[in-house]
Structures are given as structure tokens and as C-alpha cells.
Design a protein around this ligand. Structure first.
Ligand code: F6P
Length: 343
């Protein structure tokens, strides 16, 4: 078969590992020809392709990012976009497409599958907020980067008896914050699922600092967390082609409020795209490799409109519609675990 791949949306450590696995099993086991579209759906619309066989993918297992490039282009926002995608696939004689992406990229894949396109999805996002799969690759790497940073912030915060606010990614769901907060020993962790009370955050910090010891406080906050009473101004940024606002800034505003209300010196660290860069952890390399193998197997089973997923330790197939139907939020039980350690 002639099988194409693309990576869409925000990049993520492990994307290359997925494509390396697709190339290996596709070429060596099935005798496929593998090609890649550059820059997500944009490359499909513009018909920009590269060969993606075993030789191209050599040495890419530990590399972050995506050798194909990515974009947030939504073909359904372009005039005649879906027809143009289908025309590209027909004209280039592509038998199947493997779309590797998050809710937006897979949302497009789902609509195309409904229109009869031979497409299989692979879930990707550091945010880990896709339904139908217990985990997405890239998440473990992002959490580890956050925890490394928090460990370092603990020591400098203790030296100066400061409050450190650490802003992490997580637009709609606080998986990264919840895991990093628990693993990093945060004083308090704020996630989008639970709007927070600024004064309660300050009280927790006051309790900790009035214990008489030099106890630094670490506040982990998701970029998408919001204050309960609406007392803090929220950033309104540009929208992308999928209608998402560009976030980033809650950490700074929260730090200002904490310092003003408690009088404790407060600093902010916004980890931003550092969380998406660099080499994937061993766990993410293995998960990505398993997803890649499962995706090319799904292609050869003609399992169109499905996404490979991790459920209870096994790699399974779920309908793409399940994956993009609604976001997977933080399990309240996990947040309760984090809460036990709040001051
Ligand atoms: O969806 C993944 C993600 O990393 C979010 O956590 C974050 O809000 C967004 O992408 C950032 O997007 P961009 O790279 O376009 O700034």
C-alpha cells in the first residue's frame, strides 16, 4: 500500500518514534511505501510530501519535535478544504492516511472518515486530555520536565523564603499540573477543572510561612486555570484556526496577587514550550512505538475511522468519534490525592 502520515497541532516528544515504527513495520512487514505530508493538513492542501521510509527515520527515536513539521491548519476552515484533501489523496494515489494529532487534527480525521476517507488516528498531546485513551505519549516527558524544574525551584525558594508560582501547560485539563504538583510536592496545585479562590491560595501560603521555619511554597498552576470570583483579569489572546485562545499569563497575575495579599516575596516561572521540547522519556518512546505499530496494523485491517489507544495497559482501537467527542478531564480522585498535601 501507499501510506501517508502527517503530524498536526502542537508538537510533542515521541512523534518521530511513532513514525519510525510505522515506517519499520510498514516497509519491512507489509512492503508498503511510506510518505509524509509536511506541516500537517497544510501540507495536504499544498501537496507537499517527502519519503518516510526506514532510511529516513533512522536515528530519530530520541529526537523531540516532528521531522514532518506541524501546523494548526484546519481544512474545514478553508473554502473547498475537504474536497481538496480528498483530491490530493486520490491524485497522489494514497491508499491510507495516518493522522497523528490531538483533538483538532483527529477532529478533522473523524470528519474525513465520515466522508469515506481511509484514515486512522494516533493520539498525541502533552496535555493528555484526549478521551478513549488512558495516556498520550509526550505527557510523561512533559511531567518529568515540570518536576525537574520544581525540584530546582524548591532549593532556591528555600534560600530566599519565597513563594514560587510555576505555570505549566494544560489548556482545558490539568493533567500536567496534577501530576507535576503531586510529584513535585507543591503547596497547592490549580487546575482548569476546579476554579480557584485567590484568597484560599493565599491562606495556604500564610499557614505554611507562619510555621516559623523557612518553608518555601510552590504553587503549580495550569495555564487554563481560572479564579473563582472573577477577581483576576484574564488574558484575551488571538484565536487559532480551531478557535483556541493563546494562553499563558495566569502564573504572572497570580504571583502579583499573592505578593500583594500576603506580603511574601513571590516569583513566577512559566515553563511554556520547554515542556514540549527535547527527547522523549523511555516510557513515551515505548508508548509511541506501540502506537505506531498498532496504527499500521489498523491500516492493513482496514479499520478506517479508528484511533489507536492505550486502555488498561493494552493497545486497542476506538472510534475517532469517541476520542474527539469530549475532553478527558482530571479524575477528581487524583486531585483529591494532590489536595491531601495542600497546606
Ligand atoms: O495542546 C498542546 C499545547 O501545548 C497546550 O498545552 C498549549 O496551550 C498549546 O499547545 C500551545 O500552543 P502553541 O504551541 O500554538 O503556542
Amino acid at each position: 500500500m501507499r501510506v501517508a502520515m502527517l503530524t498536526g497541532g502542537g508538537d510533542c516528544p515521541g512523534l518521530n518514534a511513532v513514525m519510525r515504527a510505522v515506517a519499520r513495520k510498514g516497509e519491512r512487514t507489509y512492503g508498503d511505501e511510506l510518505i509524509g505530508f509536511l506541516d500537517g493538513w497544510k501540507g495536504v492542501l499544498e501537496r507537499r510530501t517527502v519519503p518516510m521510509g526506514v532510511e529516513r527515520m533512522r536515528g530519530t527515536l530520541p529526537r523531540g519535535g516532528t521531522v514532518l513539521g506541524s501546523s494548526r491548519t484546519n481544512p474545514y476552515k478553508e473554502e473547498g478544504g475537504s474536497a481538496a484533501v480528498q483530491a490530493t489523496l486520490a491524485d497522489l494515489e494514497i491508499d491510507a492516511l495516518i493522522a497523528i494529532g490531538g483533538e483538532d487534527t483527529l477532529g478533522v480525521a473523524n470528519r474525513l472518515a465520515d466522508e469515506g476517507v481511509a484514515v486512522v488516528g494516533v493520539p498525541k498531546t502533552i496535555d493528555n486530555d484526549l478521551s478513549g485513551t488512558d495516556l498520550t505519549f509526550g505527557f510523561d516527558t512533559a511531567v518529568q520536565i515540570c518536576v525537574d524544574a520544581i525540584d530546582r525551584l524548591h532549593t532556591t525558594a528555600e534560600s530566599h523564603d519565597r513563594v514560587m508560582v510555576v505555570e505549566v501547560m494544560g489548556r482545558h485539563a490539568g493533567h500536567i499540573a496534577a501530576w507535576a504538583g503531586i510529584a513535585g510536592g507543591a503547596t497547592i496545585t490549580l487546575i482548569p477543572e476546579e476554579p480557584f479562590d485567590v484568597e484560599a491560595v493565599c491562606d495556604a501560603i500564610r499557614r505554611r510561612h507562619t510555621e516559623g521555619k523557612r518553608l518555601a511554597s510552590i504553587v503549580v498552576v495550569s495555564e487554563g486555570a481560572t479564579p473563582k470570583e472573577g477577581s483576576m483579569e484574564l488574558q484575551s489572546g488571538e484565536l487559532d484556526a480551531f478557535g483556541h485562545v493563546r494562553l499563558g499569563g495566569i502564573g504572572g497575575r497570580l504571583a502579583e496577587q499573592i505578593e500583594a495579599r500576603t506580603g511574601y516575596e513571590t516569583r513566577v516561572t512559566t515553563l511554556g514550550h520547554v515542556q514540549r521540547g527535547g527527547t522523549p522519556t523511555a516510557f513515551d518512546r515505548v508508548l509511541a512505538t506501540r502506537f505506531g505499530i498498532a496504527a499500521i496494523d489498523a491500516v492493513h485491517d482496514g479499520a478506517w475511522g479508528t484511533m489507536v489507544a492505550l486502555q488498561g495497559g493494552s493497545v486497542v482501537r476506538v472510534p475517532l468519534s469517541v476520542a474527539v467527542g469530549e475532553l478527558k478531564l482530571v479524575d477528581p480522585e487524583l486531585y483529591d490525592v494532590a489536595r491531601v498535601f495542600f497546606e
